[in-house]
Design a protein around this ligand. Sequence first.
Ligand SMILES: Nc1nc2c(ncn2[C@@H]2O[C@H](COP(=O)(O)OP(=O)(O)OP(=O)(O)O)[C@@H](O)[C@H]2O)c(=O)[nH]1
Ligand SMILES: [Mg+2]
Length: 312
Amino acid sequence: MDVVGELLTGSKRALSRAITMVENESSEAAAMMQQLYPRTGKALVIGITGPPGAGKSTLTDKLAKKYRQQGKTVGIVAVDPTSPFSGGAILGDRIRMNELILDEGVFIRSMGTRGSLGGLSCKTADVVAILDAFAKDVIFIETVGVGQSEVDIVKAADTTVVVLVPGLGDDIQAIKAGILEIGDVFVINKADREGAERLNSELEMMLVLNQGDIKWRPPIKKTVASSGNGIDELVVAIDDHIDYLNKSGELHRRRSMRAKNELLSLMEEGIKRYVVKKMSESGQFDSLVASIERREKDPYTIASIILAECLR
Ligand SMILES: Nc1nc2c(ncn2[C@@H]2O[C@H](COP(=O)(O)OP(=O)(O)OP(=O)(O)O)[C@@H](O)[C@H]2O)c(=O)[nH]1
Ligand SMILES: [Mg+2]
């Protein structure tokens, strides 16, 4: 049986292998995704992002247990754009999620960059699709940090939870504006520490300023992930957001936006590769690059010449 056939029988080994194929950009990966794609779209995808050490894994572990109690199966993808490690779970997550690892209804996988940061968000989306086809009900994407690459990664999520902690120095100043826009639910974790109240009111103010005319007002939940305090309330907030996504048509809007972006980025990749290959064959590409470097031509002119040539 091929990997897809095995995957659909529920084999965890096939699941691992399928994910490795995507990670390694195996030549069979595209054909596999083609077969799996019609079986996706059922899972609920929850993104968990925030600064390093904020308690994302601890929180994900607790949330996953709640969904397991509801009888739902869970997939967890821990993405670390700064780590070269991949495959299996990295040590910290193993410790944080050791009980979950023993649970047959849970699948955990860590992904690092392995050098190609650019493709990480596409790969994450593919891994989510594989877990979705594997009939996981809820899929978590945990990603560290709050930079552009993380923002791109959590774009694969339906609901994004942004985890903050008190004591990040100049609290709110440390929070990049970008993450206020992607947060559907905010968590102040380590609420057992000093400064949680202050962070809460600062965040509230920022969210009001940021609000515009949006229909969903992102709630702020305080948690102590290590003890489990506040997790039930967080589950309710996430469920409320999912409810909102469904009723407002926002889920449909987000998913079609995602489909469009995925298609565009694949086409961008393909066109780029095609054009570079075609121009390199004739030896033209290097000389055109050189003419820009010598300031004889500007990149805008060269790009439009190349495009006109290739897309004729
Ligand atoms: N005091 C306190 N400690 C916590 C809380 N939640 C998590 N921790 C601790 O914080 C440390 C980091 O937790 P992780 O869950 O690994 O954090 P993370 O955000 O996943 O970390 P990275 O993936 O490395 O960015 C661990 O030692 C946890 O036990 C909390 O609510 N209060
Ligand atoms: Mg973690």
